[in-house]
Design a protein around this ligand. Structure first.
Ligand code: HPA
Length: 309
């Protein structure tokens, strides 16, 4: 039972716009992050519905993200899937109910498992750019301070008031990810396991924020995904999160000291000025595009393993 969200209108619109009844009940949901919407080329008999035609969905305003729901069949068993091409973030000004709406619609269509992809910054040199991190846990400061999608009155009587998240990331699906990487002959370091830190952004982290997250036990950081994970767990879906590392978070061991530089300058000594790098959305998109094919193959193979269970 749901309280007040336009699920019925959305589902009716979908069944009207997707003529293949086999696609009305997708079993697998996929959320495509920055630069990763090429996943749609894995789908057969694909039907794309712009979010603008679906009540309850907003428009993704982020460069590099599309704004459509795609229905189709994936893999050798033609497993029916629905994919969100582009997602919503709180930093765009969207409320948690909008950010998580797609996940809740997936559940109402019949989805059992969700694969959520994203772009993330690495907090450790052990996880270089290009690695795909299979998320095993998350650290979500916003959830701890009132921005959880579960915060406030319950929107369904079926959601638990106190949602457990100690088992949020499905061991079954994570196992499939590593089996899929093996089947695809990926090198051992193509996939890692790690903890995802959720920040609301949209500014990238300062050095001390990066250090804080690393010291808190996180390996990668990003601005999406966790509201969707929380909603998926409320909806009793099995979840896997695949984070593509698109950049190293800049965490210098030492700061440039302007005080020391001025002293040296006044003493007539030569001055070394270390350059501090910066993160950029262009870099995030470029790595996303470069690695989209690897992510696409991985997701397709995971779908095969799910469908042959
Ligand atoms: N920080 C936060 N979010 C991100 C990053 C980052 O460095 N890279 C991609 N998404």
């Amino acid at each position: 039972m749901s309280l007040g969200l336009p699920y019925e209108a959305t589902i009716t619109a979908i069944t009207r716009l997707v003529s293949d009844p086999g696609l009305h009940k997708p079993r697998l949901g996929i959320v495509c992050g920055s630069g990763l919407s090429t996943l749609v080329s894995s789908l057969k008999n694909v039907v794309q519905i712009p979010y603008s035609k679906l009540e309850g969905f907003a428009d993704s305003t982020v460069v590099g993200q599309k704004s459509a729901l795609a229905f189709g069949y994936i893999g050798k068993d033609n497993y029916p899937v629905v994919a969100m091409l582009g997602r919503f973030h709180p930093y765009e000004g969207y409320k948690p109910a909008t950010v998580t709406y797609g996940i809740r619609v997936m559940k109402r269509l019949g989805v059992k498992d969700v694969i959520i992809t994203n772009a993330a910054g690495s907090l450790t040199p052990d996880i270089p750019v290009g690695t795909i991190v299979v998320v095993q846990d998350h650290f979500a400061l916003p959830n701890l301070t009132g921005m959880s999608p579960s915060f406030g009155p319950l929107t369904s009587l079926e959601y638990p008031r106190f949602l457990p998240l100690s088992d949020a990331y499905s061991a079954r699906l994570r196992r499939f990810a590593f089996l899929a990487a093996h089947d695809l002959h990926f090198p051992d370091d193509a996939l890692a396991e790690g903890v995802y830190a959720w920040v609301t952004g949209p500014a990238y982290e300062t050095p001390v924020e990066g250090r804080f997250l690393r010291n808190a036990g996180a390996h990668v950081v990003g601005m999406s995904t966790i509201p969707e994970v929380v909603a998926a767990r409320e909806e009793k879906l099995d979840v896997i999160v695949l984070s593509l590392v698109t950049n190293q978070v800049v965490i210098p061991d030492t700061y440039r000291s302007i005080k020391a530089e001025v002293k040296a300058e006044l003493a007539g000594l030569s001055i070394e000025r270390p350059e501090i790098g910066t993160a950029s959305h262009e870099e995030v998109i470029a790595v996303g595009v470069l690695k989209a094919e690897i992510m696409r193959c991985l997701v397709e193979r995971i779908a095969d393993l799910v469908s042959s269970e």
